[in-house]
Design a protein around this ligand. Structure first.
Ligand code: NDP
Length: 479
């Protein structure tokens, strides 16, 4: 299957005819080709977006909303088809693609279709000065959206939906590792009646295609989700050009468990927050800290539950963990398990590649639980982004707070306790953009989403995203 670029509502070959391989990670084989787009392709996409902007930015909110709702409906109508495409491209269990990834992509469009009709602007009366201020919020123009491979359509649409709802036109690039559902989104946008050029999707490598979007003189804002090193590189490139930047980056999230938590619920959720999507979610709780009094019990019960997870072909209904996204990523994750052994970590479960019958070349790894002694070890300081968690006991609230915050990242944290005062104290102190208490990954799309420290700059979600994708202008009238 050959994917094409989606520019000005049409599916076209890259200008210089270059393609790269697209892999199916569950069998470890090439199953298609994607454009290796160059600066010229990005320029074509930019021109289409620029041409569409004057009309799209003046299109009524009702009309924009109507089209976005249609996109949402079509994603829902094609749920099975899109979920199968996502699983083939990414290796995640089909059950997950069907219940999380694709429904959320639809919700992203539905949410911002509604949000734009409710997005307010402010007025400030300068009392005593006979002046009235009001703030206009205009779309920025042509904006760039760049997304990663772990939640392909979910995160791609999380950027595109608010960008176009706010009246911008978009040049977007999905990860070259998982381009398929982004490609299919182009077809859906045409079917929904999205005007030509409002959304343009160029496929290719980060360092060339992505870089060309970031470097483009006239693309005025970049919304990026991906690794911290890439985010830093993008900031270095875009900041001197005075582009608006939203950077959603890596995480190394603590999962803090006190003995007074609801044990069974905590245990079941902790298995999910450790290994959902093969641990390839930026919000996974990869550093588990357990209060000393229940540490041995937790260790036994957790390992027991993890040992029952089935690693298998992602299309099988009973699979809990599918394939990792690529061979280089599998090797990277595995290298951390090797480091753990050298650093004195004790592998309580897993650590080995898995051979799945009938899919022998797929990129499978056991869910891995490693007991560590020291939060400063590499395993607890660097993002692994795979099915690997560490566990470690703590004695006091102060001690665990120090562990939780002693890391360069600050995306999310999970706290398990039924003590209200402790909850209030700790949620104030945890250095993270999102803190979940007695739950994980419960998302309300109106809330601000993003990280602190090396986990990023800016917030997505709700009106935060609409603020990012608009430029405020204050009008001051003296009377
Ligand atoms: P990368 O940073 O490698 O890539 C993200 C995107 O950026 C891809 O589309 C990539 O293209 C592109 N890219 C790479 N280099 C450049 C460049 N120089 N200029 C412009 N674009 C570029 O991240 P991964 O895809 O490996 O995703 C995993 C990371 O994403 C993890 O660190 C994870 O924590 C983070 N993440 C953060 C989330 C958050 O909300 N905070 C959510 C999900 C993931 P290509 O793939 O073709 O190289």
């Amino acid at each position: 299957m050959t994917i094409k670029n989606y520019i000005n509502g049409e599916f076209i070959d890259p200008v210089d005819g270059n393609y790269i391989d697209n892999f199916n990670p569950s069998i470890g084989e090439v199953y298609g080709q994607i454009p290796n787009s160059s600066i010229e392709d990005v320029e074509l996409a930019y021109k289409a977006a620029k041409e569409a902007f004057p009309i799209w930015s003046k299109t009524t909110l009702e009309e924009r909303s109507r089209i976005l709702l249609k996109v949402a409906d079509l994603i829902t109508d094609k749920l099975d088809f899109l979920a199968e495409a996502e699983t083939k491209d990414n290796g995640k269990p089909l059950s997950l693609a069907k219940t999380i990834d694709i429904p959320r992509a639809s919700s992203n469009f539905r949410f911002f279709a509604n949000a734009i009709t409710q997005f307010p602007s402010e007025a400030h009366e300068s009392v005593g000065l006979n002046a009235m201020n009001f703030t206009l919020r205009h779309p920025i123009g042509v904006v760039g959206c760049i997304s990663p491979w772990n939640l392909p359509l979910y995160l791609f649409t999380w950027k595109i939906a608010p960008a176009i709802a706010a009246g911008n036109c978009v040049v977007a690039k999905p990860s070259e590792v998982t381009p398929m559902t982004a490609y299919l989104l182009g077809e859906i946008c045409n079917e929904a009646g999205l005007p030509k050029g409002v959304l343009n999707i160029v496929h290719g490598l980060g360092q060339t295609t992505g870089q060309a979007i970031v470097e483009h003189q006239s693309i005025k804002a970049i919304s990026f989700t991906g690794g911290t090193a890439t985010g830093a590189h993008i900031a270095r490139t875009a900041a001197p050009m005075f582009k608006k930047l939203s950077l959603e980056l890596g995480g190394k999230n603590p999962n803090i468990i006190f003995s007074d938590a609801d044990y069974d619920e905590m245990l079941a959720t902790t298995v999910k927050s450790s290994f959902a999507n093969q641990g390839q979610i930026c919000l996974c709780g990869s550093r588990i800290f357990v209060e000393e009094t229940i540490y041995e019990k937790f260790k036994k019960d957790f390992v027991n539950k993890v040992s029952k997870l089935k690693v298998g072909n992602p299309f099988d209904a009973d699979t809990n963990l599918g394939a990792l996204v690529s061979k280089p990523h599998l090797e990277k994750v595995k290298s951390y398990i090797d480091i753990a052994e050298k650093e004195g970590g004790k592998i309580l479960f897993g650590g080995k590649k898995v051979t799945v019958l009938g899919s022998e070349n797929g990129y499978y790894l056991q869910p891995t639980v490693i007991e560590i002694q020291d939060n400063s070890c590499k395993l607890n300081q660097e993002e692994i982004f795979g099915p690997v968690v560490t566990i470690m006991p703590f004695k006091t609230e102060e001690e665990v707070l120090e562990y939780a915050n002693d890391v360069s990242y600050g995306l999310s944290a999970t706290l398990w306790t039924n003590n209200l005062n402790r909850t209030m104290r700790m949620t104030q102190e945890l250095q993270a953009g999102i803190v979940w208490v007695n739950t994980w990954l419960l998302r309300d799309l109106r809330t601000p989403f993003g990280g602190v420290k090396a986990s990023g700059v800016g917030r997505e979600g709700g009106f935060e995203a609409l603020r990012f994708f608009t430029e405020p202008k204050n009008i001051c009238i003296k009377y």
